[in-house]
Structures are given as C-alpha cells and as structure tokens.
Design a protein around this ligand. Sequence first.
Ligand code: A3P
Length: 307
Amino acid sequence: FVIIAKYCTPSTWANRPPDMANRPPLRLVSGLPVVGHFAENWENVQCFQAGDGDLIIDTYPKSGTTWISEIVDLILHNGDTEKSKRGPIYERVPFLEFAVPDMPTGTEILNTRKPPRLIKSHLPVQLLPASLLEKNCKAIYVARNPKDVLVSYYNFYHMAVVHPEPGTFEEFFQKFIKGQVSFGSWADHVKDWWKMRQHRDILYLFYEDMIEDLKREIRRVMKFLGKELSEDIVEKIHQSTTFKAMKENHMANYTTIPSTVMDHTISPFMRKGTHGDWKGYLTVAQNELFDEYYKKEMADTDLTFRF
Ligand code: A3P
C-alpha cells in the first residue's frame, strides 16, 4: 500500500473505480448544487437559529476558509496558541452545511453551543438562514481569484471523497465555468457577497492580499472584531498562520478528519498555499476560455481580482 501511495499520481488515483457510497452525485437544493449528504440536512440549515454575536465566516470553497478561521480563532483568544489547539478547526469553527454519515452535522454541533459562536459557511448570501440576517450577525468573507480556486477545487474534489469524481482537469474546468460544482457559480457567489457588503456589517477580504501582507490583513480583522492586541501578539498570530505553520498543525490541517471524508494520501488539504499555481495547470486554450468567462461574468461589477 505504501508503495502504491508513493508512486500513484493523483490522476492515477482518480482512475480507480468510483465508490458510489462515499461519492454520491451532487444534489440541487434551493437551486444550488451541493454534496449529496449535505442535501439531506438542508432543512436544518435553513432553520438554523442564529444568536446575538454569532460571527459567520463565509467563502466560496477553496478561497482560504481554514486560513481565516484560524486567524479569527487566534484573535479572539488573544493569540493563545494552546487554546487554538483545543480541537481541530472543523470543531472550533463548525461548518454549518456539513453532513456526512457517522459524524455530527454542522447544525448539531452548533445547536449545542451558546452564542456568540464562530460559524463557517459556503452559502451564497441569498441562501443564508434568515435568522443570521435578522440577528444582524457580522460576517467575514474571503474571495480568491477563480483560476487558483479552480485548481485548488479540482485537487480537493479528488481528496474530499464525499464529492463526485471530478473527471479530467478539462472536464472539471467545464463544470466549474458552468457553475456545476458544489456550491454553484463562483462568480455569483463573490459578486453577491460584494454587493451585500454595502448593506451589512461584512469584512470582505482577498486571499491574494493575505498572501501579500498577512500582518496587515490580520490587523484589518482585529479592527473589524474590535480587538486591540499588542505587536508581539500580532506577530505570534502571524507566525502561527503562515502556510508552513498551518500545514504542520494537526489542529488546522484536517489530518484528523476520517479518511472517508478526506483522503490525504490522494492530495493534502494544505496543498500549495500560493498565488498563481494555476499557471502550471491551465493550457493556453483553457486560459483564453477562462479569460472570456471572467470578462463576461464580471462585466456587471466593479469587483476585480489579481491573477
Ligand atoms: P491550495 O489548494 O491552492 O493549496 P479552504 O480552506 O477554503 O478550503 O481553502 C484551502 C486553500 O487555502 C488551499 O489552497 C490551502 O492550501 C490554502 N491555505 C490554507 N491555509 C493557508 C495558509 N496559511 N496560507 C496560504 N494558503 C493557505
């Protein structure tokens, strides 16, 4: 097995026969394609009761959710790294829509906790449970350029085995630009949250800015959360949330999640953690097609991305 794991490339693994019990097809809920298991818990997600002070961390998948979650948890615990190691990130910041066999659902975990809670979600802004809006919950949104999202998502689909088989990169590319992947259209997601920030208490961040100057972005999050921390603590948070530190941290890197949910022998969750990895994936033709897709989708917004 070790030899197979060492010499099989991700694409060889992808060619193995699909395990349909673990890899059910996506299902449409409220018009949104989601992982089959997630669809079964959808009613509980929509009925979720938010409380005063709950903070929602929302992203389109693969845009830096885990990164910002670790940063927020550390800020709220004054940079205490022992406290941030009290449990894996998916327990410290429960994923609202999460539902897989033999694990507590996101809503089950959240319902046992008292507000103020940290809540992770990938929901488009229109599908947020009404109570989050009624309670005026603050939100932090992170967006990432779609070419890197596409590449990250393709690798994630392989290893997060609750997703359908992604097929070849070209096949996944086609599905992505048609919004036929879990959580739907990237463009609608980032644009609708961008619009919503004018009306709600939303901090809208970019993955590329976090790569460029992580400390600056940590300070922006602190300001948004009304937290003042010393320069030493900011430095400590910075050191604990570099890609290298998080890749080595079992409480942040998802290695503790059952392999029936994520199989790190296929591809690690903490994969590259860079800006521009897409350059090694997209062919010239795919890149041209993607640029057309981006131009068309982003024609009606002032939101722009760095590639
Ligand atoms: P790659 O697959 O490009 O490496 P999410 O948490 O939303 O699923 O996003 C996962 C992506 O964020 C992965 O991207 C992962 O490596 C990257 N990531 C996680 N922690 C990071 C960090 N501290 N610095 C940079 N990138 C990070």
